[in-house]
Design a protein around this ligand. Structure first.
Ligand SMILES: N[C@@H](CCC(=O)N[C@@H](CS)C(=O)NCC(=O)O)C(=O)O
Length: 242
């Protein structure tokens, strides 16, 4: 299943700030409100790119440190990103949004029909929040993390071993990879930098998954400079050095 995306690099608009005027809301344009450094928003951005919807879904980046007041007042009252303005409604929650983008727009399907794979997809999607919480907590804790994070990464390695018709969680690239990618990208970086922990060591499936993911243009276009992500995480207190 090839991604309907050209490899040309999309020119990204500058983030909107408290000084910026709102777009012409509810004018029929479909808008995806994101922050370039938010992993939840990155999920929706990857799904939009993979389905080749760059023209149909306009990216509207928000500067979360200096947010425009109209975002909470007129767009999305929870004041979080991502949110999607579509058909005169605004919806949020990244896991709901990636499913919504997959089922309401054209482009390659991001969930297989096979019921066994669908059920596994649901299990893995429900597990993402727990996984993220466990690994974030360990990254933030003092000292070595091996015994704290190894079981979590072993679960990922096991999950990647379930289907052998491709290197991704369900074999072929799907919503599950999209849900995990932004977080695994960050955890790999944070754990290596702060805890000297290599998540791929002794985990060949995970190593291959990362390699294959990095061949997908829809994903690589959403990646930020690792130094920017590290600086952002340090500012938010998300990592603590050994
Ligand atoms: N559960 C939400 C989480 C979204 C979220 O926490 N986004 C953060 C940025 S990464 C945010 O908007 N924070 C702003 C705030 O909490 O005020 C989702 O999956 O979409």
């Amino acid at each position: 299943m090839a991604a309907a995306v050209s490899s040309a690099k999309e020119v990204l608009p500058p983030p909107l700030t408290s000084e910026s005027e709102p777009p012409n809301l509810f004018d029929g344009t479909t808008r995806l409100y994101i922050s370039y450094t938010c992993p939840y928003a990155q999920r929706t951005w990857i799904a939009r790119n993979y389905k080749g919807l760059q023209e149909k879904i306009k990216l509207v980046p928000i500067d979360l440190q200096n947010r425009p007041a109209w975002y909470k007042e007129k767009v999305y009252s929870t004041n979080k990103v991502p949110s999607l303005e579509h058909n005169n409604e605004v919806k949020g929650e990244s896991l709901d949004l990636i499913k919504y983008i997959d089922s309401h727009f054209e482009g390659p399907k991001l969930l297989p029909d096979d019921p066994e794979k669908r059920q596994f997809a649901e299990e893995l999607l429900s597990y993402t929040d727990t996984f993220n919480k466990e690994v974030f907590t360990a990254s933030r804790s003092e000292g070595e993390v091996d015994d704290k994070v190894a079981p979590e990464w072993d679960k990922i390695e096991d999950a990647l071993s379930k289907f052998d018709d491709g290197p991704f969680f369900l074999g072929q690239f799907s919503l599950v990879d999209i849900a995990y990618a932004p977080f695994i990208e960050r955890f790999q970086l944070f754990l290596a930098e702060a805890k000297n922990y290599d998540i791929t060591k002794g985990r060949p499936k995970l190593k291959l998954w990362i390699e294959e993911l990095n061949k997908i243009d829809a994903y690589t276009q959403t990646k930020r400079d690792p130094q920017e992500l590290l600086a952002h995480a340090k500012k938010l207190g998300l990592i603590s050095r050994i």
